[in-house]
Design a protein. Structure first.
Length: 469
């Protein structure tokens, strides 16, 4: 019996996604656990594994936008006849289904122009159709390190290559060849690389890819941008030149829709409160010194995240979701941290933040930020946030109005730490002061309980050693 291939849902607020790339061609075999297609959403890119073994039938072409749960293809069991027509009663993701162009004849590593490889024995375990069995994480790491999967012996179930099997470059494993393209149609690049190249005005045809089969990765585009003398470095102007038109699509388009929908569907109000950060500054400096040997460097945002988690436990209505006729108070406290990217904004999540100690929060926040900027966030990193922290203090911002991330009830803006003046008796003293900007949904709670929540966060930051308890 044929099994559906669904567009995977990533997070509660996902409304659409793009089948950016099929890893298995239409009509080719696939084994359970092998990579099937790449999903691109407004927040994350991820590779989706096949849930069954069999022959793949595409219902949508690469680049098609679908809704979560849409059937994008089928997997037919061995011996089943694959129909030419689509199965009846199935919802297509697009009325105008694109037909993928045949791939031009790609050169093999041994015949690629200018290619240089390290000879190696093919030791990888293969599934149906000769595809190497490897986890998505292992494939990404191998791509980043330029290592050929065929030269790696897997230690996972059934000989599957897992992340820990991927070696460092230069230890005798085969290095993937760089394949140069002579025409635009022959350029192979990841969706993130294509977007970044377009934003930076870089011709993909001029880049030699380091990914599998010469595929251009985000790192390749960034390297090309660093090597070139760009208009930005000459003029000091960021982004596209004045007088040009930028297409609104992908992450930017989704952010625009979500922000507008947020303002239209909730009763948002913002209040500010100042925090004396003198003791927090001292504590952070002490922790940096103590944790330096472990490579852990806590930020002020990490202190705020821990304070927020403790405050949410004391003020559960701020950690809630507004329904049609009820307010659901959530048991879990998962704090999202906004991370700015060139193409938009993502909000990875620190899960169970109340149960995490401050060092764990610092380590996890650093990991999430690096993964976000490297385009390697996974599904578990992105969904389930119950409250968000957004920081602009590093840009010298004193106050701003953050917009709610539905269906969350609150979001806290963190501003810069500025020098202020306080009083000890009749004597003026210099203070380090940070302003917090809280936006909340007035449908869920009124100004007084919102202010009490914010005051709790303030009190914890002004007595920061309580964050270590």
């Amino acid at each position: 019996m044929a099994n559906e291939i669904y567009l995977t849902r990533v997070g509660m607020t996902m409304t659409e996604g793009v089948v950016a790339e099929w890893f298995v061609a239409d009509g080719d075999p696939v084994a359970k656990g092998e990579l099937l297609y790449r999903l691109e959403t407004e927040k994350v890119e991820l590779d989706v594994d096949a849930d069954d073994s069999g022959t793949v039938k595409h219902l949508v072409g690469a680049g098609t936008t679908c809704e979560p749960g849409d059937v994008v293809g089928w997997i037919y069991a061995a011996g089943e006849e694959i129909p030419d027509a689509l199965p009846t009663g199935e919802k297509l993701a697009s009325d105008d289904m694109p037909v993928p162009e045949p791939s031009p004849g790609a050169q093999t590593p041994s015949t690629a122009v200018g290619a240089t490889t390290t000879s190696s024995v093919d030791v990888a375990t293969r599934g149906l159709g000769g595809r190497v069995l490897a986890s998505p994480a292992a494939r990404k790491l191998a791509e980043a390190r330029g290592i050929a999967l065929t030269s790696i012996k897997g230690s996972g179930p059934g000989g599957r290559i897992v992340k820990m099997d991927v070696p460092e470059p230069g230890d005798g494993t085969a290095i993937l060849p760089a394949v140069s393209s002579t025409t635009e149609k022959r350029v192979k690049a990841s969706p993130v690389a294509k977007r970044l190249a377009q934003q930076l005005g870089i011709d993909l045809a001029s880049i030699i890819g380091t990914g599998p089969n010469g595929r251009i990765t985000k790192a390749d585009v960034e390297a090309a941008a660093a090597d070139s003398t760009s208009a930005t470095s000459r003029t000091g102007v960021e982004g596209p030149a004045a007088g040009t038109t930028m297409a609104v699509r992908g992450m930017r388009k989704t952010i625009a829709k979500n922000m507008y929908r947020s303002l239209q569907s909730t009763a948002q109000l913002t209040m500010d409160m100042d925090v004396r950060m003198d003791d927090a500054v001292k504590l952070r400096a002490q922790l940096i010194s103590e944790w330096e040997v472990e490579g852990v460097r806590p930020s002020y945002t990490d202190l705020v995240v821990k304070a927020v988690a403790k405050a949410l436990a004391l003020h559960p209505r701020m950690n809630s979701v507004m329904g049609e006729n009820e307010i659901s108070l959530l048991e879990e406290i998962h704090v999202g941290i906004a991370v700015a990217l060139d193409e938009g904004l993502v909000v990875p999540v620190i899960r169970e933040a109340l149960r995490c100690d401050l060092k764990s929060i610092a380590v996890e926040a650093s990991r999430l930020a690096k993964a976000a900027r490297g385009g390697s966030l996974g599904m578990d990193d992105m969904h389930g946030g119950t409250f968000t922290v957004s920081t602009l203090g590093m840009l010298g911002v004193d106050s701003f109005t953050p917009i709610l991330n539905p269906p969350q009830t609150g979001i806290l803006g963190v501003n810069r730490i500025a020098e202020g003046v306080g009083w000890e008796g009749d004597r003026p003293v210099k203070r380090s002061v940070m302003r917090l900007s809280l936006t909340w949904d007035h449908r869920v709670l009124d100004g007084e309980p919102a202010a009490r929540f914010l005051a709790t966060v303030r009190d914890l930051l002004e007595a920061p050693y309580r964050l270590l308890l």
